[in-house]
Design a protein around this ligand. Structure first.
Ligand code: TXA
Ligand code: MG
Length: 309
């Protein structure tokens, strides 16, 4: 093992979660499972703890973090909830929906959490381990995906360790994430209009306009990069390609042989991690239908296929 920190792997048990909460309260970093991907958590009210997230990930400081909350009441202390925001939270929380809302002044959060923006991204996760940690830590937790900036998001504790071992204090091993792609992000503007900033497991904003316009500042065109060229909409692999299949297109790894898009989302990052680690220098991916969660899968695949500038 190398790196600045001896990264502990904790079990998702009462004692493991109690230890993780203790580490978090002390201002250190713990990777935690959520229903979407593993998050790299730190107390959101500490400048030092939040600075450590940016350092561990190598994340640019202009890219704000999602703040995770235990309840709508806790969220309301941090942001202004217009009726539309209230409705969305009541309908979809806990769940894979992040709301970008006007930030409340004087709420006691580290400035770096919102990277100087007047808005804040809030999410109440639907995962027993993250919920238990939020309850025990007693403070909102900032948590971006637990990967080095620009790399593939983690859906298992092994993915987290491959990217961040030695750079963080602990990871709670809660098995594989069920949804598999990051939360849907929508901004609710002061006039109540809703704008989708990142497609995800929930299809919220279809038909409300604003798509393809403003984006989350961290959604760079090249993101989720496996470190090799990626070819999309492939029906067959060339001999030097690791093939990620779907439905009747087979491969070295299949997102879903049955053509189930939910299963494909939950397996997306695991297949990309296998492809990144394989000896093949290139990656090919079968066509994925642009419907439902398929839109989020294709969004991540297009970014994985865009070379960094
Ligand atoms: O499912 C998820 O959302 C996971 C789990 C851990 O909760 N988290 C996650 O965090 O995907 P991250 O940091 O990888 O992506 C958060 C995105 C970034 O693109 C960031 O730019 C955007 O949210 N974001 C954060 N605050 C924002 C704000 N105030 N306005 C617009 N976008 C914001
Ligand atoms: Mg991320």
């Amino acid at each position: 093992m190398s790196g600045k920190y001896a990264t502990e792997t904790l079990e998702a048990t009462k004692s493991g979660i109690a230890r993780a909460a203790e580490i978090l309260r002390a201002g250190a970093l713990v990777a935690v499972p959520t229903e979407t991907v593993y998050g790299l958590a730190a107390r959101a009210d500490s400048d030092d703890a939040v600075a450590r997230i940016y350092e561990a990930k190598g994340r640019p400081s202009f890219n704000p973090l999602i703040v995770h909350v235990a309840s709508i009441e806790q969220a309301k202390k941090l942001a202004d909830f217009e009726p539309e925001a209230e409705r969305l939270a009541a309908e979809h929380w806990p769940g894979p929906l992040t709301l970008v809302l006007p930030r409340k002044e004087g709420a006691g959060l580290a400035d770096a959490v919102t990277a100087g923006l007047p808005t804040i991204a809030l999410r109440m996760p639907d995962h027993p381990v993250m919920q238990a940690l939020l309850a025990e830590a007693g403070v909102p937790l900032a948590a971006p995906s637990a990967n080095r900036s620009g790399f593939i998001s983690p859906t298992s504790a092994q993915h987290v360790l491959a990217s961040l071992e030695g750079r963080i204090d602990a990871v709670v091993d809660g098995g594989e994430c069920s949804a598999g792609v990051e939360s849907t992000i929508v901004a609710v503007r002061a006039d109540g209009s809703v704008e989708e900033l990142r497609p995800g497991p929930l299809d919220i904003a279809s038909g409300t306009g604003g798509k393809g316009g403003v984006e989350a500042p961290g959604q760079l065109a090249s993101h989720y990069a496996p470190g090799k060229p990626v070819r999309l909409d492939a029906k067959h692999a060339d001999s030097d390609e690791f093939m990620i299949g779907f439905r009747d297109v087979g491969g070295d790894c299949s997102l879903s042989a049955e053509g189930n898009l939910g299963e494909a989302a939950s397996r997306l990052y695991a297949c990309l991690h296998l492809a990144a680690a394989s000896e093949k220098p290139r990656i090919a991916v079968a066509p994925i239908p642009e419907e439902g969660i398929g839109k989020a899968i294709n969004d991540r695949l297009r970014r994985a296929a865009t070379p960094a500038d």
